[in-house]
Design a protein around this ligand. Sequence first.
Ligand code: ATP
Ligand code: MG
Length: 413
Amino acid sequence: MPRMQTPQRVRGTQDIFGDEQRRFAHVLATFERVRRLYCFQRVEVPVFEDTQVFARSIGETTDVVAKEMYTFPDRGGDSLTLRPEFTAGIARAYLTEGWRQFAPLKLATSGPVFRYERPQKGRFRQFHQIDAEVIGAPEPAADVELLAMADQLLHELGVADGVTLQLNTLGDAETRDRWRDALVAHFEAHRGDLSEDSLARLAKNPLRILDSKDPRDRPIAAAAPDIDAYLTVEAGGYFEAVTKGLDAAGVQWTRNARLVRGLDYYRHTAFEFVTDRLGAQGTVLAGGRYDGLIEDLGGPPTPGVGWAAGVERLAMLVGEPKPEHLQVAIVAENHERELDAVLKTGRLRFMGIRTELFITGNPRKRYDRAVRLAPACIVSLQGEEWTEPNVRSLGNDTGLADMVRALFGRATD
Ligand code: ATP
Ligand code: MG
C-alpha cells in the first residue's frame, strides 16, 4: 500500500507554541486583567452564525463580506459563516437573548476569527481577537472609557511606545448624507481612473472607496473632500466631547480625517491604534461607534461602541515574557522510588507549589534533566523505598527547601 502523505497545516492557520505561545498568552492574560479593572463583563458567543448576521451588519460591499468570509451551507442547508469579527455576533446575542434589560452593558471577549485573506506577516486566515463593546450607552463618555481601556492595555503590555491613536468622526446620518453627495461628485469627476471595484462601490457605497487599497484609487481617495465641512452641529459637538474626554483621561490622540473603517456600521467615532513597527500590517487595535448596527439586525435603535485588536499583532510587539519559575523538581533516581515521587509531587501540588516530576527515562539522567529546568529546590529520592529524601536548594529561596525538608522528613513515632 502507498505510504500516506501527512496532511499539512491549512494555509493561513497557525500552530502556536513555545515563546510565541507565551507572548500570545501574556496578551490574553493582560487583556483579562484590564477588562476587569474597567468592569467589563466577559461573554462567550458562537464561532459561527447565520450568514445574515454578518452580511446585514458589516455591509455587502465591504471586503470582509464581499471577499473574506468563510461561508458554507451546513448539512441542513442553512447558510452559516465563521465569524470574521465579534461585534455582529454580540449584537445578535444582545437582541436574541434579551440583554436589553441589562443596558448599558459593558462586554468583553476573545477568541479565533476567520477571514479568507492573502496570508502574510501579521495576516492570517484564522487569527485571534480581543474585543470590548459598550451597548446601550449613547454618550461620548462610553467612547472615552473604551479608548482609555485600550490605551491602558497597550501601556500594560509595554507596547504603547510608537503606537498612535488616530481618531476620526464619521458623523451622524445627516452628515453622512451630505458628505456622501460630495464624495459622489468628487469620484464621478474621476470615474475613468477608478478601479473596477471602486466603480461598483460608487453606486452602492462611495465611502468604501476611501478605504480602497488599489493604487489606482489611492490618489483619488486622498484628494476627496473631508467630512469636516459637512458635520452637523450635533455631530461636531459629539466629536468634541470625545476629544475633550480623551484629554481629561490623559489619552493621547491625533486626528486622521482620512480614516474610514473596513466595516460599514460605524457612526461618529472611528479610531485605530497604529504602529510603524509591523510594516504594512500596522493597525493593532481598531473600532468605533456603531449606532445603526442593531437596527440593521432588525432590533430597536440601540447605540453601541467597541473595538477589537489582533492578538497576534500585539504578541509580535511584546517583549519576552518572564518565564514561570519551577519551584520544586522531584526526581526518582531508581525505579523503587517512583511511587514515592508520585505521592510527594501530589502533596506539593495540592499545596499550590509548582512542581515537576522526573520518573521517566533513564534513571541516571533524570537528575540532570531536572537541574536544566532550574527549579528553586530539588528533591532527590535514592536508595530504599520511603527513606528521607535529599533536598537541595538551588536558588536563594532556602525557605522553600526548609519547608520541603520539614514536610518530607522521616516520620518519628
Ligand atoms: P487590516 O487593515 O489590517 O486588514 P482591518 O481593518 O481589517 O485590519 P479590523 O476588522 O478592524 O481590521 O480587525 C481588528 C484587528 O484585528 C486589526 O486591527 C488587526 O490587529 C487584526 N486583524 C485584522 N485582520 C487580521 C488578519 N487577517 N490577521 C491577523 N490580524 C488581523
Ligand atoms: Mg482587513
